[in-house]
Ligand binder design. Sequence first.
Ligand SMILES: Cc1cc2nc3c(=O)[nH]c(=O)nc-3n(C[C@H](O)[C@H](O)[C@H](O)COP(=O)(O)OP(=O)(O)OC[C@H]3O[C@@H](n4cnc5c(N)ncnc54)[C@H](O)[C@@H]3O)c2cc1C
Length: 167
Amino acid sequence: MNGLQPENAGVGDIGGNAEERFRALAYDTALSTLVAVAVYVVVKVSLDGFRQWRARISVLIVGSGPVGLTAALVAVRSGKVLKLTVLDERHRNALLCRPQQIALDPRSVKFLLRLGVDFDNMEGCWHNEHFFTRIGVFQEYLLSILEQKKLKVDVKVQLGTKVEPSY
Ligand SMILES: Cc1cc2nc3c(=O)[nH]c(=O)nc-3n(C[C@H](O)[C@H](O)[C@H](O)COP(=O)(O)OP(=O)(O)OC[C@H]3O[C@@H](n4cnc5c(N)ncnc54)[C@H](O)[C@@H]3O)c2cc1C
């Protein structure tokens, strides 16, 4: 009887050791899988960020009329622009004192709303779903939005600068 006890105890030990080794192996496998996934995520996010940063471009817009300034807004909001330069041959006063009216149709209004234009904070009036304002008011408003974007994108507005085409 006594002779069997150590033998039984030995079998128990072997079983216990095997279970412990199995647990340790499972733990190691789970840990290494977790580390591999974390490394993959960190490398992928860094590479994507680097690729996006490298893909960013410099944009030059000639003309700060409604079209040029709207294009500038689209560019800064795209997230793909590193540096944006907007030029106009008119000086600020001449640009913003333009008296003629512009009428923005519903499609343009919808488009501009998506770009962050807040018509409630712009001088003008509504008629038949069209927004009417002075061109200078509209330009000044878009210029103020561009100013706010300077924190994220290197925006330069150079008024009084004429671009001479070179043929
Ligand atoms: C008298 C008048 C009345 C109008 N009335 C209405 C109306 O009632 N309703 C309406 O919806 N629209 C009206 N318009 C039209 C409206 O003004 C235009 O639709 C609008 O200005 C077009 O915008 P844009 O950005 O294409 O051009 P613009 O507003 O002409 O802007 C172009 C800008 O580019 C600059 N520029 C040009 N060449 C150079 C260069 N080589 N280097 C640097 N800068 C340059 C110019 O100085 C200008 O500021 C009117 C226009 C006029 C002239």
